[in-house]
Design a protein around this ligand. Structure first.
Ligand SMILES: [Zn+2]
Length: 317
């Protein structure tokens, strides 16, 4: 019998990555979408369209898993609130299941990433692990005592909205917080810091890019940093240092065996992780810092997609 196949969809704040995944976690087809400022109907249409595209390539899929950037009551299949997408108060599972004619499971995108990394990725075998996925914002997930931690009403664990800076910048999106972890550390924050440095370093690759009128975002800064541009590297070092201070709180609070850093903005790799580890080594409490590993996601920026697929496979039983 051929392995069962499902569709995993990871929808972030501005982009979607989906794929057909089988029970051996092999990805067969992929789909990508990007958007900015789409309304609710348009957003759901983009999701539907992406599913239909991969489904056309693999009509035998049995279910669909969604990881979405929202506070999701996974049991009810409902999106309670979303910082980056217009999905507040939406019976997501039932709505999408009706639209797509297949069983649907939905969870928070950070939880989906955590599940994938804990089952077969960088946190495999750990009983206590933390996921920090850097994208438009920060997706967070906690793996405590060998299972996902969801909190009292099922909408945990939004690690990106822990406050990192008193009276800091306003949190992007609809979060009422200021100085949140994700306001200071994310792909968006890398782009913002990149634009600031580009203005002060006109002779750098970053500066020349700004002068040519091209957009500077987190992806460009990361690409230039890997190419050796010193100011771009300095931007990643700054964001990596801030990431480290965010991780200090997580190391001290949860005493995890491993913290997995994923999401599209984690492509900076060691340029982000080294400064982050240095801060943890200097600032976290000695016993928890001695045992924690801070590692890149095994599934890279596909962790959310793989986790969403896993949730769908596990729901099939
Ligand atoms: Zn916030």
């Amino acid at each position: 019998m051929p392995p069962r196949r499902v569709i995993g969809i990871d929808a972030g704040g501005t982009k979607l990555l989906g794929g057909v995944v089988d029970e051996q976690m092999v990805v067969h087809h992929r789909v990508r979408r990007t958007w900015r400022g789409a309304g609710r109907q348009e957003t759901l249409d983009i999701f539907t369209d992406a599913v239909e595209e991969v489904r056309a390539a693999a009509p035998e899929v049995e279910a669909i898993g969604f990881g979405i950037p929202a506070l999701v009551d996974a049991e009810a299949g409902a999106s309670r609130w979303s910082n980056h997408l217009p999905l507040d108060g939406l019976p997501f599972r039932d709505l999408m299941s009706e639209r797509l004619g297949l069983p649907v499971v939905v969870d928070n995108d950070g939880n989906a990433s955590m599940l994938a990394e804990a089952r077969g990725g960088a946190a495999a075998g750990a009983r206590h692990a933390v996921m920090v996925a850097l994208g438009t914002g920060i997706g967070g997930g906690l793996w405590l005592n060998g299972e996902l931690y969801r909190g009292a009403s099922g909408v945990g664990a939004e690690l990106g909205h822990a406050v990192l800076q008193l009276h800091g910048p306003e949190c992007p999106g609809d979060c009422p917080g200021i100085g949140c972890f994700e306001a200071l550390v994310s792909g968006t924050a890398i782009g913002r810091e990149g634009r600031r440095v580009a203005e002060s370093e006109p002779d750098s690759a970053l500066g020349r890019r700004l002068a040519s009128g091209k957009e500077i975002d987190g992806g460009i800064v990361t690409e230039l940093a890997h190419g050796g541009d010193a100011p771009a590297r300095a931007v990643l070092a700054t964001i990596g240092e801030r990431l480290g201070f965010g991780l200090v709180g997580l190391v001290n609070t949860f005493n995890p065996e491993v913290i997995v850093i994923g999401g599209g903005a984690a492509r900076g790799g060691e340029l982000l992780l080294e400064p982050a580890r240095a801060v943890v080594a200097a600032r976290a409490l000695p016993p928890p810092r001695a045992s924690v590993r801070i590692v890149p996601a095994h599934y890279g920026d596909e962790a959310g997609m793989m986790g969403a697929a896993l949730m769908a496979l596990e729901a099939l039983g």
